[in-house]
Design a protein around this ligand. Structure first.
Ligand code: IMP
Length: 232
């Protein structure tokens, strides 16, 4: 059987073929290493919200490994004291990057209601007061504030802050819709039972995760994040 390079004369040729081969192997290994590093990018998502974690994981797919705060042993209630969604997202991502030295991203989402001048916005979690995240109380307050108002236009807006090797990047996702006058549906979380996205007749809580993951504010912001990571 013929060997390659041929074992006849032409030592220079053999050396150059051997060099060429090692270059090809080197290139291959570099490429493999590069694609492996893309395949196995690991990020911490600075959230304790299991719903959000699942939504984002479902969109990012297998190529990007997402760790929760719990998985890195972070039990701190990360401060969110900025007065914008972008400010809060950056504050959370910076906290994780500075404390744990890992590439990470964080989000902050708000429901912005036109007739309420953009409220509850950055204060969506604490709209009804108290420690926050009392979805039932928040929804009841929203219904009270909108009682008798014709304009029910609203949007969910998500800001994502990514920190990768110290570099910071922001992404935004918006889904427009309207607030109905009573809760409908049991899926999702937060204000989902009151929000009907544009082009639909059911709330996020009725449409369920499959539809929400295609069209939501977080889905849009996550896809932008994903495109950015894939372009690196
Ligand atoms: P967070 O600070 O980004 O978790 O969001 C603030 C508040 O906005 C949450 O407490 C929820 O009430 C609400 N929120 C965020 N994302 C969604 C969503 O996808 N659907 C409904 N409500 C949401």
């Amino acid at each position: 059987m013929a060997t390659f390079p041929p074992k006849v004369g032409y030592p220079d040729f053999q050396v150059s073929v051997a060099k060429h081969r090692s270059c090809v192997i080197y290139d291959y290994l570099c490429h493999k290493k590069h694609s492996e590093s893309i395949m196995t990018q690991k990020f911490v998502f600075a959230t304790n919200n299991a719903h959000k974690l699942e939504e984002v994981k479902a969109i990012l797919g297998d190529k990007i490994e997402v760790l929760s705060l719990k998985e890195i042993g972070c039990n701190t209630d990360i401060p969110e004291t900025a007065d914008t969604l972008e400010g809060n997202a950056l504050q959370k991502a910076e906290f994780i990057y500075n404390q744990y030295g890992v590439n990470c991203f964080a989000d902050d989402t708000g429901l912005e209601v036109e007739a309420l001048g953009g409220a509850p916005g950055v204060y969506s979690a604490r709209y009804a007061g108290g420690a926050g995240h009392d979805s039932e109380a928040n929804m009841q307050k929203l219904l009270r504030e909108l009682a008798g108002k014709e304009n029910r236009s609203a949007q969910f807006r998500t800001a994502f802050a990514l920190i990768i090797d110290g570099r910071k990047q922001l992404f935004e996702g918006i889904v427009k819709g309207r607030i109905i006058d009573r809760k409908q549906g049991n899926e999702g979380f937060g204000y989902d039972p009151l929000f009907v996205p544009e082009g639909y007749t059911q709330t996020f809580a009725e449409l369920g995760a499959d539809v929400k993951n295609q069209i939501s504010h977080r889905a849009i912001a996550t896809r932008k994040l994903c495109e950015y990571l894939n372009s690196l």
